[in-house]
Design a binder for this molecule. Sequence first.
Ligand SMILES: Cc1cc2nc3c(=O)[nH]c(=O)nc-3n(C[C@H](O)[C@H](O)[C@H](O)COP(=O)(O)O)c2cc1C
Length: 323
Amino acid sequence: MKTENRVTDILGIQYPIVQAAMSWITDAKFVAAVSNAGGMGVLGPHAGHNTSPSGPDEVGKRIGNEIRKLKALTEKPFAMNLYLPEDGHSDKYSEATFEAAIGEGVKYFVTVGSVNKAMMKEIKDHNCILIHREVTPSPKAAKMAEDHGADLIIATGYDEGGWIPQNKIGTFSIVPTIVDSVSIPVMAAGGINDIRGVRAAFALGAEAVYIGTRFIASEECPAADATKQDIVASKGSDLLMVSSMQRSTPHQFARELETLYRNGESSENNEKRISAIGGVSTSMLHGKLDEGIVSVNTAIDLITEVKSCKEIIHELMADFIES
Ligand SMILES: Cc1cc2nc3c(=O)[nH]c(=O)nc-3n(C[C@H](O)[C@H](O)[C@H](O)COP(=O)(O)O)c2cc1C
């Protein structure tokens, strides 16, 4: 297959693979490893943090520091994740993140949430590349994002790790649906852990893949070793729904949440319980598996080894590597 396509052209990268933003478990070293291996790394919102920030000012400072570290580790393109609140609303944490990123010269943003016209305009006014990911994707939202300046769209299937779409539409269904609704290139996300997933994504019309869970089990990801080994050992059939938003590998806290949810507790209350313990930081960053949740995709049976980011990229991108 040809190495270059519209996505590699727009992003200025070698292979059509982007490492997904993942809240507590991205930092400068990890993102640089992906970018230096020919993909694009994306700093998540808690980039390099070990503890909860005291407020938006501290978030801005921390993000600025991490981006400076990242720029010292790579000259290749990388992106910053940015949460977009509903149109007409603002978010102080998101604004602080954006200002810090712009201050450090960041040129690529992966936005997540809803189409927020003012924030999307701001990104484009700064001549940045805008990659939009609607949490619950739909043709209408994708077209709206395109109309408001998105350069690329990520179509995420229900199979994904992290906060899952609320329409329960799998990757096989959502990718071609979104491809048919926009003229800009689409990246596929959700359950892509090996080369078969990559080939399927391209067969469905995607022009790149956006990969989270597979990269957690990499040497450079700041997730705890216990978390990486948990992913290697767990099976998709073991996963528990802890709310309508997230699934987890089965450990004590996740079992408690799953029992509550199955017995009628609202997703909102369980999400509050997860936020109260610092989101996925307790389990995924600090490795206390019984005290938090380990949020992963449904295809984890395919992850059998922790490898370097470069090895993962070479495996997944084998069709794009000229021999
Ligand atoms: C542990 C974890 C944390 C995540 N946190 C974020 C986040 O902070 N922001 C975001 O836009 N997406 C987040 N995601 C979603 C990913 O960006 C991406 O959509 C997803 O991982 C792709 O599916 P995959 O895990 O099947 O590869 C997270 C995913 C995981 C697994």
